[in-house]
Design a protein around this ligand. Structure first.
Ligand code: SF4
Length: 480
């Protein structure tokens, strides 16, 4: 496979335990994801046409992916006719090399960035810093996690796991380093004002801007950025040199298609009709224009994406990174994004990580981090069959003999036993008899062998003292 994603090398039990013991993170993520999921439901209820808009967006994205190469060729031709330069990057390493060459050619010392999951995928900040170039994230959430030396925990809201006290402490520390006035309080307005003041200096001093891209419009060669802070306007207009790094799957054919898809990330992600700012970059600064870059490079990243075309997983390429599947996922709400070990967490990360890289990477993703509750499938505005894909990935793991032999044998034995009513009833009788060694305060709290792991963080009610059939026979007389 061509793809490569940065992977957390800590073993799964270490990541899991770190997440389960971080109560502040759990509380913050629980509250915010529920708020976002509710906001989406409220927004859909407020606009009777919302489902129709969503369906049109699905059709546009599916159609765009089917004609991907054709649209990319049009996009390239349009960008280059408006003074830009398009680079196709097959791998993450190709993209990094291109961006470094551009930066070094112009002797860039400092970069300002918009939020971009693709640049997280490339670990671009690290590559630039290793080359002696200072990088500053300008999206508020990204700025916070940059100060904390962490990775995003959510694809739409990167600092979702941080509360106000933690953010205040980070800004206080930053103020010490930069000898500037710290935020006046832990109040959200005070924190935002601090970030705004600090970032303004960096906007004005930067040599190069780097953006991602929410959509690409082929017919005019436009990179479309949506933000709620307006920072993309500053990044694309202040520095004289601009690089946009975008996944190839972001393409749509034309403006009518863009109008159908553009509201979906905000509507489904945070319940807003549209994001506060839409920034369009369609070329370099013309002779009669006073803002915009003198030089514009667009890096179109593949990194394993096009190999999903014409496979049962092709719909994954329609993802608009709205985060709705993360917001409703009961596992994500418990463990947060870092436990997944991939730059893409949550249900979409479970599916995308092995598909873009390989199956040996983070093998626990489709099993340990999914309960198959199907909430993500219902929440996804792009109709991506996330639960179906997760089942398929589990099957593929089984076919590749990636499950521990003890686990495989136990499930096989269990499936055989429960395949007959007789086996099922007998197992219930055994469970009723054997469970009392493990019941404390009216709940089963431990179990021997493999099942013991399950009870480390949970309990369950004991098996009832009689089955429904036994109860019926006793109270209503023997069934015929
Ligand atoms: S998979 Fe669907 S719900 Fe999840 S981020 Fe992508 S578009 Fe949004």
């Amino acid at each position: 496979m061509d793809g490569q994603l940065p992977i957390d090398t800590r073993p799964w039990p270490v990541r899991r335990d770190a997440a389960l013991h971080d109560q502040t993170m759990q509380q913050t993520i629980g509250v915010v994801t529920k708020r976002l999921a509710n906001a989406k439901v409220t927004a859909y209820a407020a606009y009777p046409e919302a489902n129709h808009w969503r369906q049109r967006a699905v059709e546009v994205k599916r159609q765009s992916i089917r004609q991907l190469e054709e649209h990319l060729a049009t996009f390239t031709q349009q960008v280059e006719s408006h003074g830009g330069k398009v680079h196709r990057a097959t791998t993450a390493a190709d993209a990094i090399q291109t961006i470094l060459e551009v930066a070094q050619h112009h002797q860039v010392r400092s970069v300002i960035k918009t939020k971009s999951m693709v640049t997280e995928e490339l670990e671009l900040n690290r590559a630039l810093e290793n080359a002696g170039i200072a990088v500053r994230e300008t999206d508020l959430g990204e700025y916070i996690i940059q100060l904390a030396h962490e990775k995003p925990s959510h694809i739409l809201a990167p600092a979702l796991h941080k509360n106000r006290e933690q953010i205040h402490a980070l800004f206080d520390q930053d103020a010490l380093v930069y000898h500037t006035e710290p935020p006046a309080s832990e109040d959200i307005v005070a924190l935002t004002q601090y970030a705004r003041r600090r970032l303004r200096e960096e906007f004005l001093a930067a040599d190069m801007g780097v953006t991602g891209g929410n959509f690409l419009v082929a017919e005019t060669g436009t990179v479309v950025l949506i933000t709620n802070e307006g920072n993309a306007d500053m990044v694309t207009t202040l520095p004289r040199l601009l690089v946009s790094v975008v996944g190839v799957e972001k393409i749509v054919a034309d403006w009518s298609g863009l109008i159908d898809v553009i509201q979906q990330p905000a509507l489904s992600g945070v319940g807003q009709r549209l994001s506060s700012y839409t920034t369009l970059v369609s070329g370099t600064r013309g002779p009669d224009q006073w803002e915009g870059p003198d030089e514009w490079h667009v890096v179109l990243l593949d990194n394993g994406r096009t190999q999903l075309k014409d496979t049962p997983f092709e719909d994954v390429l329609s993802c608009i990174r709205c985060g709705a599947c993360l917001n409703v996922c009961p596992v994500f709400r418990q463990v947060g994004g870092h436990a997944y070990g991939s730059v893409y967490p949550g249900p979409i990360g479970i599916v995308e990580t092995p598909l873009l890289t390989n199956f040996e990477v983070l093998p626990e993703l489709p099993s340990a981090l999914c309960t198959l509750c199907h909430a993500c499938g219902e929440a996804c505005p792009m109709n991506i069959d996330l639960p179906g894909h997760i089942v398929q990935l589990r099957q593929m793991k089984q076919e590749r003999h990636m499950n521990a032999i003890g686990v495989t044998r136990s499930y096989r034995w269990w499936a055989r036993f429960w395949a007959t009513p007789h086996g099922y009833r007998r197992s219930m009788r055994w469970a009723r008899w054997g469970q009392w060694w493990f019941v404390r305060h009216g709940r089963i709290q431990s179990a021997p062998g493999l099942a013991g792991g399950w009870f480390k963080t949970r309990d369950m009610p004991p098996v009832a003292s009689m089955t429904f059939h036994e109860w019926w026979d006793r109270t209503r007389g023997k069934r015929q």
